[in-house]
Structure formats: C-alpha cells, structure tokens
Design a protein. Structure first.
Lengths: 263, 249
C-alpha cells in the first residue's frame, strides 16, 4: 500500500475514533435539524405555500422541502466543527505532528477534509433514517444518488472550515464564525425557502442567495434525493470547493504559516 | 578521502547555514549557522526568547524562510522536504499526543503518517515500547499517563521510523528532577550507542554533559559553538552561560 493511502486511512480512522469519543457531538448535530424538521417545519407548513418546481413533480409538504436544506445544515455545522477542532489542534500542538509528516501538505489537509466529510455523511444518513421513521421519505434510489452529492457538498463545506481555521487566530474567535459565516450562509440560501419566494420579497436578497455556494450544495442534494442531476449546482459547488481549498492551502503554506502567529 | 568523510558527515548530520528569520519587522534569528556531526548530542542552549522555538519551527518546516539552508542528513529541507522530514524524529515542547487514544493507537497513527503499516508497524511499536519501558501501558489512554510517561511515549513515537536525527524542544519542561534525569540520560544513550544525531533545546545547563556539543543562542544569534567543557573553561557551565548571555548569576 502506498504511503499516501496508509496516511489517508490513518487520518480518516483517527477522525472516526475522535467522533466516537464525542458521542454528545453526534447527538447535538442531530438534535438541531430534527428540531427544525419536527417543530419549525410543522409550524410553518400552513404559512408557506410551495409551487411545483424542479425536482418536484407534484405538490409537496414543507417537511419534504426542508430536508435537503437540513442535510446541508448538518454538513455546514460539521464543517465548522472541524474548523473548530483544527484551531484546537493547533493550540494543543497536535497539528504540528500532522504538518511535520513527510507528505505534501495538500495531501495531509485533503485527508483531514475527507475524514471530516465521512463523519458528516454518516450524520446525514442517520438524520434521513430518522426522517424516514416520521414518514418523510424520498425516491428509494435517491438515498444512493445522494451519496456523491453529499460527498461533494461535504468537501466544499469542510474546505471552507479548513480555510477559516487557517485565519482564525484563537479558539475564542470561533463565536464570530458562527455569526458571520454559518448563519448568513444558512439563511441566505434555498435551505428553508425556495428562491422564487425570496425573489418575490427582495431581488437583492434573491441575488445574494443565488451566488451563495451553500444554496448550490443544497440544490445538488435536493435533486440527487429525487435521482436527478443538477449541473449548475454541481459546477458551483465544485468551483467553491476549489476556491476554499486553495485558500486553505494558502493559509497553511509554511512560507506564511498560521503557526507563525503562535511564535 | 577527506572529501568522502565530509560527505558522509553531512549525510548523517544536521547542518544549519546562514539562517535568518523575522516576525514582521522583528528579527528572531540572525545568520544562525552550526553543524551537528552524526552521533553527537548537541544542546541548543539559550534563555527564554533566544529563538530556540523559532529555530525548531524552521527545522521541522512548520514555517520556512528564503534566507539560509538546512540540511537534514544531507537532504535540503527547502528542496526535498519529504526526504528530509522522513529522516527526522521530533519531540515538541507541547505534548502532541491524542489524549483520547491509547499509547499504541497514538504510535500507530504516527507510523502511518510515515508510511509504516501492518506487521512491520506492530514489530516497530513493540520494539520502541519495550525500549522505553512502556510495554505494560501500551493499551492505556494517553490521558491517564503522568508527564514523564507522556514524554517517554513521545520519544518512543519519534524513534518509530528509525530516524538518524532527533530534535527535542525543551522536552523536560514540567517534569520532576528524577524523570528529567532519566529522560536526559536515555537520549544521551541514543546518541552514544545508536549513533543518533540529537539536537536538544534547553535553558537548563544540568541536562548537558562535558563531551556534549553546545550551541548557545542569544537574541537570535549564535554566541558560542563548542564542546561543553571547553566552553565552561573550568567553571560550572551555568556560570559561563549566564556570563555570556549577560544575565545575573
């Protein structure tokens, strides 16, 4: 087995072990979207009328509409959680061990990203299973098609977390990320309401939502859950992944390394 | 013949040439040069703020500088970083163990980062644990270990891929006197018996023995580079160190 592959397996396994040791993180990650699904969505069911737009071929309930957005929410929060743990790793020193391994830095960061994405996907499937128990179901094949969509969306949001972690100086600054990244990204997207509804209220907000990469990640997942493919969403998500990854690599470049700030 | 001997020295030793580094406008290292021959225990001695940790960050490529050259076992860290890093074992000042993993899991993770897996990995882990007398604690979580055992685990980990060069950044910080002595003696043995080149950053002169090489770093510059007893000139090394660095005795 090649050195690259051995390291990949070890880093993913370490992320998994770390996740197992933090069961409360798993529960917390599920409670948030379940509250939205089982409380918020039920409350808003009557208030929000939904027209038939792709990928839907018939009228759907709001609970059905909101599920892909909540899958995105899990991945968004998980991406930021990974970012938090990277900042923690940096403060605690274990990031040094990783970055001094005799492997290219881009590969080490990609391994970290894949590890965190796999954990996100596991959480999303658990959420979809719980939704299924409440009779919120999708195309049976959609559960398979959604896997690559989740992988791409997870990589994009993980890369965003990685990029942010390279610019966050201290753990204490993480609360700012919540306010300035997670919430705007989530609420200015198609996660909770279709964009045409947003356009009716504000063209400017609609335009912001349209260029938000999180919107496209959610749409990629939404279409995949119905066994359909959304090329525009895929391109946007891939472009955003490449951009965030490039930013992360720049941030972790030893010539201008974040660790330098620690002295 | 002389040329071949020099080449062999460079291939196993550690060479730092004309290294400078600044944090913004503040010069942290100024034209630092020294060479550690194979199998030598070299103490990098300096008061707090001398630039030891900055030098370690450069030696481990946590950050880089366009000024100067670092050769690890003959490999240029800037040009062939992977080859250079593979020849080096590092013990950082701050513990870098994953506290939720057992000693064995920590070692296995590190081995994988160096491309070691399977049976070879198990054999190496058993050997280093035995050597550092940690075999009976292999399946305990790092969180449950005391400071001395954590340090020994980190030294065992740094030796797992059989490096020719071992860097230790103030590895005895926070340890009691007996543990400090045991760890210092063990690392001296690694240099004497196994021929490992050791660079040991410290500000404590009692960790240095007479035949050791000593590089005194002060305000980012190399003040003295020589054998400990030559530098001491018959006085206690600590007195000489304080004189050289202009600190009150």
């Amino acid at each position: 087995m090649s050195h690259f592959l051995i390291a990949l397996i070890a880093i993913v396994k370490r992320e998994a072990l770390r996740f197992i040791h933090q069961r409360e993180r798993f529960v917390a990650a599920l409670v948030r979207p379940l509250v939205w699904l089982l409380v918020f969505a039920v409350g808003f069911r009557a208030a929000l009328g939904l027209s038939i737009t792709p990928p839907y071929q018939t009228y759907i309930t709001y609970e059905i509409y909101i599920v892909p957005g909540l899958c995105g929410m899990i991945m968004l929060f998980n991406g930021m959680q990974s970012s938090l743990s990277l900042v923690y790793d940096r403060e605690m020193g274990s990031m040094r061990l990783l970055l001094t391994a005799p492997l290219p830095r881009w590969w080490l960061l990609t391994c970290k990203l894949l590890g965190a994405t796999m954990i996100s996907i596991l959480q999303v499937y658990t959420f979809l299973f719980i939704a299924w128990l409440f009779d919120i179901t999708f195309d049976p094949l959609g559960y398979i098609y959604v896997f690559p969509a989740l992988l791409i969306a997870g990589l994009m949001l993980g890369a965003l977390g990685l990029a942010l972690s390279s610019f966050i100086k201290q753990l204490e600054n993480f609360a700012g990320v919540m306010n300035f990244v997670i919430f705007p990204m989530f609420f200015l997207s198609s996660a909770l309401y279709p964009l045409w509804k947003m356009q009716e209220s504000s063209v400017l907000l609609y335009q912001i939502c349209s260029v938000n990469p999180f919107t496209h990640a959610v749409e990629l997942v939404r279409f995949a859950l119905y066994g359909q493919f959304n090329l525009t969403a895929l391109i946007w998500t891939l472009l955003a992944t490449a951009l965030f990854m490039a930013l992360a690599l720049w941030g972790y470049d030893p010539a201008r390394s974040l660790i330098r700030r620690k002295g | 013949m002389k040329r071949n001997a020099l080449k062999s020295q460079l291939n196993n030793g550690l060479s730092v040439q004309s290294l400078s580094f600044s944090f913004g406008r503040k010069l942290a290292l100024d034209d630092v040069s020294f060479f550690v021959a194979p199998g030598t225990f070299c103490a990098l001695l300096g008061p707090n703020g001398a630039g030891k940790s900055t030098l370690f960050s450069l030696l481990t490529r946590l950050f880089t500088t366009p000024t100067g050259q670092i050769l690890i076992g003959g490999d240029d860290l800037a040009k062939t970083p992977r080859a250079a890093l593979a020849k080096m074992g590092v013990v950082f000042q701050q513990t870098t163990l994953d506290l939720d993993l057992t000693i064995r899991q920590n070692l296995r993770y590190f081995a994988a980062l160096h491309g070691i897996s399977g049976r070879d990995c198990t054999v190496r882990i058993d050997a280093v644990l035995d050597r550092l007398q940690l075999s009976d604690r292999a399946d305990e979580k790092a969180r449950t270990l005391n400071g001395g055992h954590k340090r020994r685990t980190e030294i065992a980990r740094a030796l797992l891929h059989a490096p020719g060069i071992l860097l230790l950044d103030e590895p005895t910080v926070g340890l009691d006197a007996a543990t400090r002595r045991a760890i210092t003696d063990h690392v001296h043995e690694l240099a004497d018996q196994d021929g490992i080149t050791v660079l040991w950053a410290t500000h404590l002169t009692d960790e240095i023995t007479s035949p050791d090489q000593v590089v005194i770093l002060h305000r980012g510059r190399v003040l003295v580079d020589g054998q400990a007893d030559e530098i001491a000139q018959g006085s206690p090394l600590e007195t000489r160190f304080l004189q050289l660095t202009g600190q009150p005795a």
